[in-house]
Design a protein around this ligand. Structure first.
Ligand code: SF4
Ligand code: SF4
Length: 331
């Protein structure tokens, strides 16, 4: 039996409406952290370990009868008495505002670029609000593109997969074994799922204390990655901006699995190279991102080059291309 979460964790009440339940067992099978157990001859599902619930709502989504209910109880401040980081100097804030302005203006981005920071274990914390609910990491990115700033320790994350990948927790056994990906029919076999898990990068467990996301123009701590949610044409110009002074071609790493945690964040974070992502099942199923958008993660160290290159491209190449200057006249 796993230990109960820290007192400051957000907790949930999990109930099953026995009048609706058909004892199909899907809630037991799909819960990634084993909140449910099958009891008796039925067998009948029981939410016997609600203190382990992450609020991911997988059980709610998978129950064919609408019998499972997950209700937020709330939680205290997980960072009481923790050392706070000094505010960013105005000069640095101004730089991030400038980057955001150039990206939005030259590309015509609808959504704010997002500053992403992974706070190493034990480091002082920026002055960023901790949400009162649990969110998936991809949901937090989508909220930040709309203007929200969020700092999320492990007990504010709702996706056990992304939380482990980003180094906040261990990967739960049902995910590590590949069993759950096969149940979701996201991969053909448990073996294929294990390969996917083995080949995807991840940080060591508990090396990161919190993820922080914010609109780039309002970043309260130094970002390691800038995430852009944009149309393919806009991402194309970002790629060209990154290569503008070198002609360098990029070996992008995209699979459709674990888009925002692995592809948009972790790969730029660890490699120092930009990366693109088409999104994944989880982020498309749990956020309002539209089907015509994709994602790019740019290491913050590369942003001065990208911004300079984008300004150059914006002077001629981008407007000419958008004006379709080589389009033959239509008969
Ligand atoms: S919300 Fe997620 S963690 Fe909680 S019981 Fe349902 S499947 Fe399990
Ligand atoms: S998934 Fe729904 S119907 Fe099936 S056992 Fe769980 S609560 Fe009952």
């Amino acid at each position: 039996m796993k230990p109960p979460p820290a007192p400051s964790a957000v907790t949930y009440s999990v109930t099953i409406d026995v009048g609706r339940c058909t004892n199909c067992g899907l809630c037991v099978a799909f819960c990634p952290v084993e909140v449910f157990e099958a009891q008796g001859a039925g067998p009948t599902p029981a939410a016997s370990r609600p203190e382990l619930c992450w609020g991911c709502e997988t059980c709610v989504g998978q129950c064919p009868s609408g019998a499972v209910h997950v209700a937020l109880n709330g939680g205290g401040d997980p960072f009481v008495n923790r050392e706070k980081a000094a505010p960013l100097p105005e000069e640095e804030r101004a730089l991030y505002r400038e980057w955001a302005g150039v990206l939005k203006e030259v590309l015509g981005l609808r959504w704010s670029p997002v500053a992403v920071s992974l706070i190493p274990a034990g480091d002082p914390l920026p002055d960023v609000p901790v949400p009162s609910e649990r969110l998936r990491y991809c949901q937090s990115l989508m909220a930040a593109r709309r203007g929200r700033s969020l700092m999320m320790p492990a007990n504010r994350h709702a996706c056990p997969d992304g939380t482990a990948i980003l180094g906040l927790t261990d990967l739960p056994p049902k995910l590590a074994s590949g069993e759950l990906y096969k149940l979701f029919r996201k991969l053909d076999s448990v073996e294929a799922a294990r390969t996917m898990v083995r080949e995807r990068p991840h940080l060591e467990p508990r090396t990161i204390d919190a993820t922080v996301v914010a609109p780039l123009a309002e970043a309260a701590c130094t970002p390691q990655v800038v995430a852009v949610i944009a149309q393919p044409e806009q991402v194309m110009w970002l790629c060209m901006s990154a290569a503008y002074y070198t002609g360098h071609r990029f070996d992008f790493h995209a699979s459709g699995y674990n888009a925002q945690c692995v592809e948009t964040t972790l790969i730029p974070y660890t490699s120092g190279e930009p990366n693109i992502s088409f999104g994944c099942y989880g982020c498309r199923a749990s956020s309002d991102v539209s089907d015509d958008l994709m994602f790019m993660g740019i290491p913050a160290s590369l942003m001065p080059t990208v911004v300079r290159g984008l300004r150059e491209l914006g002077a001629k190449a981008i407007p000419q291309s958008r004006n379709k200057i080589y389009l033959p006249p239509l008969m």
